[in-house]
Design a protein around this ligand. Sequence first.
Ligand code: C2E
Ligand code: MG
Ligand code: MG
Ligand code: MG
Length: 291
Amino acid sequence: RAKELGRGQHHFFDAALKTRAVRKLGLDVQLRRAFERGELEVYYQPQVDIDSRRILAAEALLRWPDGEGRFVASPGEFIPLAEETGLILPLGDWVMETVCAQVGAWLAQGASPVTVSVNVSSLQFRRSDFVDRVGAALDRSGLNACHMGLELTESVLLDDVDLAIGRMEQLKEMGVQLMIDDFGTGYSSLAYLRRFPLDYLKVAQEFVAGLETNRHDAMIVGAVIALSKSLGLKIIAEGVETAGQLAYLTERRCDLIQGFYFARPLRAGDFVSLLERGPIQTPALPVRLGV
Ligand code: C2E
Ligand code: MG
Ligand code: MG
Ligand code: MG
């Protein structure tokens, strides 16, 4: 009986594994094709100054639309896949180029100045010519480096600390804004944190989510903000969805707020319209734009 059950389960897991593998393979082929056909899109999620409620910055987030108003897969699924296959290298270059060109165009139209940050995968960051690629993207668009941010995770930085510090110093020299993404989910020691030439820390969404319900999350966020301040870093809270979370972050003097409470990631055109409307009024948008 037990043996039968065991065998049955085996079949079940085999089938599940196979389904996953097939989906992955299919997605990989589709993703390459979508990329080659220019079907991927960069969305922009506002980062709002906590006092003035002005949009000062944004995060660039990759989207894979299916052409019918939905998405084929989320970045949470296709980015790790692209990292596995190496597609993230051309894809990451394209995101950087697209963002530089887009922000350059907005500024040329007279839009309020914004800094847009791009997520960087470890495969990209480890490339020997990574810094040159960033420089080339900026040069081609004529964008001043201060309008570009790079989001690096703790794992990217801790992979090879000395290499990371070297790269970051070069980028800093160029004037690019540097930030640690998802801070608190990795293993950065405070000693390292001090050595990295950073401009911003982004508090991980998972701690922000628990601000009103979990004492420990609230303590962590409070401590991270205090730490950032003592290191002279600015702080961005991401995943802010409620007035209660915002109130806590306001009290602790967080700098920038990113989250559905103010705005979702938006298509370029919707983002620049919102930017031009001036300070964001709460509660959020009358229409739920974006995803
Ligand atoms: P991330 O860099 O930590 O990005 C923040 C994620 O939180 C985004 O998910 C964003 O849509 C989501 N988010 C923002 N505000 C809220 C909120 O209030 N509530 C909730 N529930 N979620 C919120 P998204 O766009 O699905 O991206 C997931 C991850 O995929 C990103 O996490 C990033 O690691 C990766 N990613 C996205 N675009 C790129 C890219 O161009 N290059 C690379 N290398 N990675 C990317
Ligand atoms: Mg990010
Ligand atoms: Mg993040
Ligand atoms: Mg993340």
